[in-house]
Design a binder for this molecule. Sequence first.
Ligand SMILES: *Cc1c(COP(=O)(O)O)cnc(C)c1O
Length: 401
Amino acid sequence: MIWYPYEQMKTMKQPYEITDAEGVYLYTKDNKMIDSVSSWWSVIHGYKHPELTAAIKRQADKFSHVMLGGLTHESARKLSEKLRDWLPWDLDYCFFSDSGSVGVEVSLKMALQYYVNRGDMRRTKVLALEHAYHGDTFKAMEVGDDEDYHFILEAYGKKKNAVHIPTEIGALEQAFEKYHSELNCMIVEPLLQGAGGMRMYDVSFLKRARELCDEYDVLLIFDEVATGFGRTGNRFVADLVRPDILVLGKALTGGYIGHAVTVANHKVFSGFFSDDSSKALMHGPTFMGNALACSAALASIEIFERENYIEKIKRIEEISKRELKGLESPEIKDVRVMGGCACVEVYDSKTLDGYQQFAYERGVFSRPFLSYLYAMVPYVITEDELIKVFAVMKEWFASRK
Ligand SMILES: *Cc1c(COP(=O)(O)O)cnc(C)c1O
């Protein structure tokens, strides 16, 4: 049987069985619902997009996968060229992997080895944010600050190699003052911390982080696995502030096939480029650069550019703000919107008990967690569909008065 994610298997509620999906809709045997979560924020073009499906089929007719160890292929090469041209700054070197967590692991390994390759063994620490989420693998959990993973602290004791700070410039400056000679990198989910509670912060924090990283020669990693491809209203937050390493995942393939890429700039890449084989990056996921995933990613980026998604996301932001305006209840702590992400935070997580089924019965799929009720819709959603997503939220709070 299936062991489901983040669930107590003994008490979990039966998941909805999906039999078909198209556009923003998920279908069960007897219901149709708008996916307000975009399958963990990834399905930006909606389901069953004809161009994405065709790209995958075209590739499958040639081959679905060959490894990148000693072999290469057109789809991976084209995607790396596309990303080199499309991404800002000198983020030019693409290391592919099969999931966001692995993409983050690769970025952290790169940052550590960058210094080790220079003979600097003191820089073992990572500066990260409170409430950070960077994935479920072990190093990603260590640099993360997710309460659900605090069992690690219970079992292992204090984290030795990660320092967590709030998104405040004062705390940032203090951390650099105290730890700068031990830091190899700072890693952040820029502007929007997703799984940590849809927390939004100001770009001035990132600009100051960039300055301090330059001053103390620390690498800056943007984990844009969630924020990339428009979610914050920016194509990438990296368009605003320059990271040394950028990690993309989730929407990279339009949510069609799991894949991620860790993109390094010239400075990082040159730290590995050498006649000395021991300075090579020792990593190589079996399915890195998978041909179906690369084809889907290329098609996804083409649609994103051609159909002016940034405008679509601006519209989603405007409608979200308009529809959530005036949503008030003594149970609500905060309502916030950034780009294609809207979040209603309540004081007590029990307030959201039963919401998923309530929404299901009204034709919306939602998956609140802790005290956060949110929408991260596919960008192809229509105005009426988006209004419906928020109407169901409003009805929930009104019904509890
Ligand atoms: C989802 C997520 C990850 C992990 O990606 P997976 O593909 O689930 O391994 C890493 N970082 C951030 C910011 C994420 O939102």
